[in-house]
Every structure is written in C-alpha cells, then in structure tokens.
Design a protein around this ligand. Structure first.
Ligand code: UDP
Length: 457
C-alpha cells in the first residue's frame, strides 16, 4: 500500500516523548520522517547555535517573548556576550560559551531541546579570506556535530546556509534549484560557499537517509542592530564610517549590487519555516528583492546620516547629548565616498566578488506567506539608531558609568561564570559552564541523556 506523503495525508504513526509528539510521516524520498509538534500550550525548547550573534540573540528574544525555553551556545568568535546579557535570569533562558563541535556540551543541550536553529558559522568576507581552514572546519564540522546530536534526540533542525552558494551565477533572480557556479579552489572566498554547500548536502542527506526533519535556509544579506562591521558587512561599516566622519569605502567599481533584508523580517521567516508543514528536506531563500548597487548604498547612507544630523541639530535635546555621542558628517556627496580596489580591500590578488545577488522568494511565500516588510531605509535607520546609542554608551563609559559594550572572549567567559554562579548554575559539563535557569514544571524525567538513547513515554 502506498505510504502517506508529507503534508497531504495524516501521519502514519504518533510517537510520544516527554516533551511533545513526534508524528511519523514520509518525506519525498519515501523515508520516514519524525515531525515535532507541540502539545497545546506547551512551550517548545529551542536551541540556537551561534545564539550570541546578531541574528541568534534576537531569535532567542523572539522565542522567549512567546513563552518558550531557549538555550544558546556560542564560542564568541564573532558573537558578543553583550547580546544576551539582558536575557540572563529570564525564566527558560540558558547559555553556554562553547564551540558547537564540543560533543559533550552539544549532546547535553540537544538532549534537552525540541528544535535546533543552527546559526553558528564563520561569517564575514574578511574572516573567510583570511582563514579558509578555520572556515571549513568550523562550518562543516559544526553542522555535522549538530546533525548527529539532533538525530540522537529527534530534534527538528533548521540549518542556515547562505546566498554565497549561488556563487558566480548571474542568472538572477536565484531560485532554490538554480545552478551553483563557483570559482577555483585557489580563491579563498569560495571556501565559504563550498563549506555551506556541504552543510546543505549533509542536512538534506540526514533528512533523506535518516528521516531527520531538516530545513535549509539560504540567507541573503541580512542586516540590523547588533551586526558588527568588523569582518565585512557593508551596511554597518558604511554607517560607522559615516558617523565617525570617515570616508565610506566602496570596493571595486561599486556597481555590484545586493538586496538587504532587515533582521526582524529574517527572524519571522526562520520561525515560520521551522513551524510550517512540509518544509523538511527543502531549501528556501530568505531575502528581500529590493536591489541596490553598493555605490548607491553609500550615497543612501550619507543622505540618511545627514538627514538625521539635521533633525538632531534642530532638536532641543541636542544640547544635552554627551560630547562625542554623534559625530556630525563634515561635507557631503561624493567627497564622502572613496573607492578601493579589491586587492587593497582584502589584500588578495585573487578575490572575486558577486556582481548581482537577488533572490526569488516565491517558494517561501508559497509555504508560509512570508514577505519582507521593512525597507532599506528602515534598515539603515535602525542600524544608525543603534550606532548612535552605542556611541552614547561609549561616552557614558568614558565617564565610568557603564561597563564596556564590547567584551573579549576571555572577559565574556569571566562575566558569564560570575553571572551563572550568582544566579545558580544548572550544571557543569566538560570545558563549559551552562548558565541560566529552566523553569520548574517542565517534564524532565524519562529522558536518557546518554548519546544514542531516547525514551518514549
Ligand atoms: N563592500 C564595500 N565596502 C565595504 C564592505 C563591503 O564596498 O566596506 C562591498 C563588498 O565588496 C560587496 C558588498 O559590499 O560587494 C557586500 O559586502 P558584504 O561583505 O556586506 O557581503 P557579501 O554580499 O559580499 O557577502
């Protein structure tokens, strides 16, 4: 007899776990698939790798807001402890400062999770160009570790991939089944795209061969508050340069284009894709299709900063701003923008850039009705607001009023340990302190936390 197909027929069996129901259905390759579904009103337990990064930390907030339990794990390579500091002490929030490749820690966290968002990765063009070995190890090794742990505990996984996988394909807009066109392996940049493609293959293979529910998401340039411009990421870089009175550095001829998506829209997409039926074993583009060249972007940032300075200049509050809070832009227009060759920018003679990158978002629309709601101006203004606020904090900090918003990994570890011992830490696993609180009343018994074991209720 023909087995039911995912999304079209009722599940073939229902498996109970202490934390929810797992429905067994069949995926498009005929494999049995475990679909997680919450009991009515039951909070989900969400694990976010890379959860101290700019997307992960805001995803954690969004799930906590909805009353779910959230654990984050991050090695602080590019994430910042400051991004989750305000969540410490919130019921249901936990954190671990650790590499996702630490199997002991990951096993413990996965054993207590229903849903895993795998965001941990080496990101930022500068980091990738500088360190392809670390990029490959961290991205591929991290994804494999997450998938193995998810399989042991029947978690549903969402893997974040990247629009980089489309590489040099110029046939925009890209749909999920468009060709992947990569440059030579002697060009470091392609190490990132290749590592993300392997991540995708691996996730889809776990779905196909093991029945693990895995959703793959290709993020197009995501921007918003908390994003650092330190390793690439053109919008925060331009905003920072504009606010500090420096010239905006446009690489190449500036005619390359991108589509920028607000992190808030991206969070909504990730949550919808995790929940929507039939997304398992599938790849989805998440991005806006408002295209702009990088040169036009630079002009747009300059224009918005000038408009903001003008507004603040007219504001009676301006007098009370601490010195240095906002550095007004001196001059305007082209004088504020300078071009740099890729060689000067990335110190590499073989750097290759993508000329255009536009997603087709038909597929995600079909499955979830998602569409971006925030414009490029909204994005730039939000980043501007955040940088202006941060500058205010820096000014207060100079006056000794608040702690530094930027911690090194070592400082963050110290802060985390101090906080977790104050708040009552839940336990210590090899090489890592897991801090935070899990509310009472969640069923915890009955689960065997040893790798490879799972207890049906
Ligand atoms: N870029 C730039 N100036 C900068 C940083 C980046 O002109 O200070 C360009 C970069 O060469 C690319 C685009 O902006 O063409 C987007 O770069 P980003 O690093 O944000 O992301 P990418 O889309 O390259 O992954």
């Amino acid at each position: 007899m023909k087995k039911p197909r995912l999304g079209s027929e009722p599940p073939s069996a229902i498996r109970r776990s202490p934390y929810g129901l797992f429905c067994l259905a069949q995926n498009q390759w005929g494999q049995e698939l475990m679909l997680f579904s919450r009991r009515n009103g039951e909070p989900a337990r969400v694990l976010i790798t890379g959860g101290m990064g700019f997307i992960g930390s805001q995803l954690a907030e969004a799930y906590l807001e909805q009353g779910h339990c959230v654990s984050v794990v991050d090695d602080l390579s590019t994430g910042r402890f400051e991004n989750i500091r305000h969540l410490i002490g919130r019921p249901g929030f936990r954190f671990a400062v650790e590499d996702v490749a630490n199997e002991v820690v990951l096993d413990r966290l996965a054993s207590e999770s229903d849903l895993i968002f795998h965001l941990a990765a080496v990101v930022g063009v500068q980091l990738i160009v500088d360190s392809p070995m670390n990029t490959i190890h961290a991205n591929v090794g991290g994804t494999e570790a997450v998938l193995k742990a998810a399989l042991r505990y029947h978690c549903k996984v969402l893997i974040t991939s990247s629009s980089e996988v489309y590489g040099k394909n110029e046939a925009v807009p890209f749909s999920e089944d468009s060709d992947i066109v990569m440059g030579p392996s002697t060009t470091n940049r392609w190490a990132y795209a290749a590592s993300k493609v392997i991540d995708e293959f691996l996730g889809l293979a776990y779905c196909r061969e093991k029945g693990l529910p895995v959703v793959v998401v290709r993020l197009f340039n995501t921007v918003g508050p908390r994003q650092s411009g330190q390793y690439g990421m053109v919008v925060p870089r331009f905003v920072e340069q504009a606010l500090s009175g420096e010239s905006l550095t446009v690489y190449g001829d500036g005619k390359q284009s991108r589509c920028f998506t607000h992190v808030k829209d991206v969070l909504r997409a990730l949550m919808l894709l995790m929940d929507a039926p039939g997304t398992e074993g599938q790849v989805f583009n998440v991005g806006s299709n408002e295209e702009i060249t990088i040169l036009d972007l630079a002009h747009r940032v300059v224009g918005l900063v000038e408009a903001r300075d003008k507004r603040l200049g007219e504001s009676p509050l301006n007098d009370s701003l601490p010195a240095g809070a906002l550095v007004p832009i001196a001059g305007s227009g082209d004088g504020r923008i300078r071009t740099l060759s890729y060689e000067e920018a990335y110190h590499s003679t073989s750097f290759e850039d993508m000329r255009r990158r536009i997603p087709s978002i038909d597929k995600i629309r079909r499955y979830t009705h998602w569409t971006p709601t925030l414009s490029l101006d909204d994005i730039i203004n939000d980043v501007l607001d955040e940088y202006a606020k941060r500058n205010l904090v820096f000014s207060d900090q100079k006056a000794g009023l608040v702690a530094s918003p930027k911690y090194s990994a070592v400082e963050s570890r110290n802060v985390m340990q101090a906080v977790s011992s104050q708040r009552g830490q839940r336990g210590t696993t090899v090489g890592c302190t897991i801090g935070g609180t899990i509310p009472e009343g969640r069923p915890r018994g009955g689960v065997d936390h040893r790798p490879g074991r799972y207890d049906d209720a």
